[in-house]
Write a protein that binds this ligand. Structure first.
Ligand SMILES: [Zn+2]
Length: 386
């Protein structure tokens, strides 16, 4: 007989693994695989290139079409520099809340679902529940795509995917997509008095960032009142900039990281194309008059598709029926839901906890949210049982 964990015990267990994205998540994945194996359930790992991290997927119940995928990421954001009152990797209960890194974002959803495996087996599912646990979600949703490909290729088609990001158990049917980029400007060094002998990469960088800011201002100006996102338009921002060596030297290098968080109806590549055209047609010719070696190189880092609301989508209908809710919401953060949808699966987001405390020091989940998610899982299991 396999081991039994209460929802609370399983949350404590998953939180105890320090799965900050830059670390390996294999201890957590091995624990989950062993736990499932104890209940007679095989799992498949999908590794990253150097095998230091893995996704895991597994099927509970009959291997047939019409199942439901429960999706969660196993990684969490760092805790360094945050004023935590308790150890982030030990669950501490206080005032009706469980504190710990990942309690809301988003180990509790996966933990609660895993704790219900014995219930799934007892009730006898007539269609399967598939677990899909990913890595590296927090650094650009780069872990899940390989697993999603395998699920699409190897599993009988599920009817719905539920991604358990924290929504306070509300239904979320739309999220923005995100494109992250790094632009590197190469100019020519010269004494800062000799502006006709050199090209300051920092000053060019400032121009390019202004161009990016202006594209966002245009988006804001054309935003529509009925757009469900907040803010209701595609945003473009720069988060990190570095460059230059001294105040009196025209800088040879400047690089900056930027992101495009796009609403589903905007194609983010249009902004990249406009940016590149501005660089090649207006900025570079001017730089190369002085410094033929001048260059501007933009690299795409991550590209996560938006989640589009589906017209009477199976996933939304299923979660509506379980929760009794008849409205769906839109969120401005990106998640793996858009990737599942892009692979052809009907997908919504619904999970316990609040995005408002995610990534914060003293992240917590209300115990009432744990209870609500447990009830949700039991109802889901009932619906999928004979
Ligand atoms: Zn998350």
């Amino acid at each position: 007989m396999g081991e039994h964990y209460s929802a609370r015990e399983m949350i404590e267990k998953l939180i105890s693994f320090d799965t900050v994205s830059r670390h390996s998540n294999l201890d957590l994945i091995d624990f989950v695989a062993d736990y499932l194996a104890g209940h007679g359930i095989a799992s498949t790992r999908v590794f990253n290139e150097d095998k230091s991290k893995a996704n895991l997927y597994a099927t509970v119940g009959p291997v047939k079409e019409g199942g439901v995928v429960l999706s969660g990421h196993t990684d969490v954001v760092p805790v360094e520099g945050q004023p935590w009152d308790t150890d982030p990797f030990t669950v501490v209960e206080k005032d009706g809340r469980l504190y710990g890194r990942g309690t809301s974002d988003m180990k509790s959803f996966s933990a609660i679902a895993l704790s219900k495996v014995p219930e799934m087996l007892e009730k006898g599912l007539s269609v399967p529940i598939h677990f899909a646990l990913s890595y590296d979600e927090e650094i650009g949703c780069i872990g899940a795509p390989a697993m999603i490909d395998e699920i699409a290729a190897n599993l009988p088609a599920p009817r719905a995917v539920i991604v358990g990001e924290p929504t306070m158990m509300d239904i979320v049917s739309a999220h923005k997509g995100i494109l992250t980029l790094t632009t590197t400007v190469t100019g020519r060094e010269a004494h800062s008095s000799l502006v006709e002998d050199g090209v300051s990469a920092v000053m060019v960088g400032a121009e390019l960032m202004t161009f990016i800011a202006n594209m966002m201002a245009e988006n804001k100006a054309r935003s529509k009142a009925d757009c469900p996102f907040s803010p209701p338009y595609t945003t473009l921002t720069c988060g990190v900039v570095e460059g230059g060596t001294a105040g009196n030297i025209l800088a040879r290098k400047c690089s900056f990281m930027w992101d495009i968080r796009h609403i589903p109806e905007d194609d983010p590549m249009n902004f990249v194309d406009r940016f590149n055209a501005y660089c090649t047609e207006e900025v570079l010719p001017r730089m190369r008059e002085i410094a033929p070696e001048a260059d501007i190189v933009t690299e795409l880092k991550a590209n996560v598709p938006a989640l589009r609301p589906e017209d009477s989508g199976e996933a939304e209908m299923l979660v509506r029926a379980i929760t009794g809710q008849n409205t769906a919401h839109a969120v401005s953060y990106a998640a793996e839901a858009g990737q599942f949808q892009q692979a052809g699966f009907s997908t919504v987001i619904c999970g316990p906890g609040s995005i408002g405390v995610a990534h914060q020091p003293n992240e917590y989940i209300d115990i009432s949210q744990v209870t609500a998610a447990e009830k949700f899982m039991s109802r889901l299991i009932d619906r999928l049982s004979k």
